[in-house]
Write a protein that binds this ligand. Structure first.
Ligand SMILES: *Cc1c(COP(=O)(O)O)cnc(C)c1O
Length: 357
């Protein structure tokens, strides 16, 4: 109706309601627990490489095949470089995978509560989709994914719930869907879950997607990657090279390789986040919160007596940012990213203050 008031050209625009990322306020002293960033810096090896990056080299285009980082990832995960695709954050990798693999008449399937970018890409690319409700414990219902479909995607652990499914459960879904591509978004798998990466040997229709943004503390550099059968990876590359050959900038490629090389720092940092997460689970329970058990770097918590939206607003007043989704089924939950022990202590103090008012 209102379209008729628009200009000729405006009616032809590919209209889309974009994904809303978490706020990125940046004030001294604030506590930012709203976008699942790592509270610790990247490895010092990354810092060194950043400081000695050859300035003059910026005149040149980067390697379109992202060779050095692709090789480093392939070595790290025991794969061939033909099994690895690198993109500008996993959002870029996932968007390219949607465009490449979800191209049929039948709906692709993903959960009703999940990463809220999936339905945005589906709409943008005109991919039919169906959202399958999680059960009352926020678990994926396997049977929902055993019907005919045009492809499957979900995160494991799921976001924003933190709920992990075992590899055997996921294998049952892949096994039953070998004529479509199944994408497992493992953005949080490094925080204690078991990856389904080994299954790519067995299933040529499985794409596993991971990112440097959370476990490797490098959200600002935008590095994501996919691993799978070489045929899947080569189809992804065909689409990538049909849009933009030089997706990865030179510093990100160099710094990504340095991060992979410093494995002891990577593992140490993850252990620190996991320890703080387990401690935070206890504290939140003491404060009267409940939550599905989390295998990620966030906790998805609800309180029986204090509405999530009010807690969210009051925490913001105290310069503590968590994530609130004003969405059916989850509008009484807060997604709290795991910060340092000190940051979490300030959060618990603030929650106590608010509840004692
Ligand atoms: C954070 C996140 C991503 C995207 O991360 P990038 O920064 O683009 O690598 C993808 N999927 C899920 C489920 C996420 O939480």
């Amino acid at each position: 109706m209102c379209d008729t008031r628009k200009n000729g050209w405006e009616r032809k625009v590919r209209k889309v309601i974009p994904y809303t990322p978490g706020e990125q306020p940046n004030r001294p002293g604030m506590i930012k627990l709203n976008t699942n960033e790592n509270p610790y810096p990247p490895s010092m090896a990354v810092k060194k490489a950043l400081e000695s990056f050859p300035f003059d080299q910026l005149r040149l285009y980067p390697d379109p095949a992202v060779g050095s980082l692709t090789n480093a990832l392939a070595d790290y995960y025991g794969l061939k470089k033909e099994n690895v695709f690198v993109g500008v954050g996993s959002d870029d990798v996932l968007a390219t995978a949607f465009l490449t693999f979800f191209n049929g008449e039948k709906p692709i399937l993903f959960p009703d509560i999940t990463y809220s970018f999936y339905d945005v890409w589906a709409k943008l690319y005109r991919i039919p989709y169906e959202q399958k409700p999680l059960d009352e414990n926020f678990s994926i219902v396997k049977e929902d994914y055993l019907q005919e479909n045009g492809g499957i995607i979900f995160p494991n652990p799921n976001a924003p719930t933190g709920v992990l499914q075992p590899v055997g459960f996921i294998e049952d879904i892949i096994k039953a869907n070998q004529d479509v591509v199944v994408i497992i978004d493992e953005a949080y798998i490094d925080f204690g879950g078991e990856s389904c990466l080994p299954l790519i040997e067995k299933y040529d229709n499985l794409l596993v997607v991971q990112t440097f943004s959370k476990s490797r503390s490098m959200a600002g550099l935008r590095i994501g990657f996919a691993m799978g059968n070489e045929k899947l990876i080569s189809y992804l590359n065909d689409v990538k090279y049909s849009i933009n050959s030089y997706t990865m900038n030179q510093p990100s490629i160099v710094l990504g390789v340095e991060s992979i090389k410093d494995d002891s720092y990577f593992k140490e940092t993850i252990q620190k986040v996991i320890r703080t997460r387990e401690r935070s689970k206890k504290k939140l329970k003491e404060l009267g919160f409940s939550f599905p058990d989390s295998y990620s770097n966030f906790i998805f918590a609800t309180h029986a007596s204090y509405p999530a939206k009010e807690l969210f607003e009051e925490l913001k007043q105290k310069d503590i940012y968590v994530r609130y989704f004003n969405k059916e089924r989850i509008s009484n939950y807060l997604r709290i990213s795991i910060g340092t022990d000190e940051e979490m202590d300030r959060l618990f103090e603030a929650l106590k203050d608010i509840m004692e008012q």
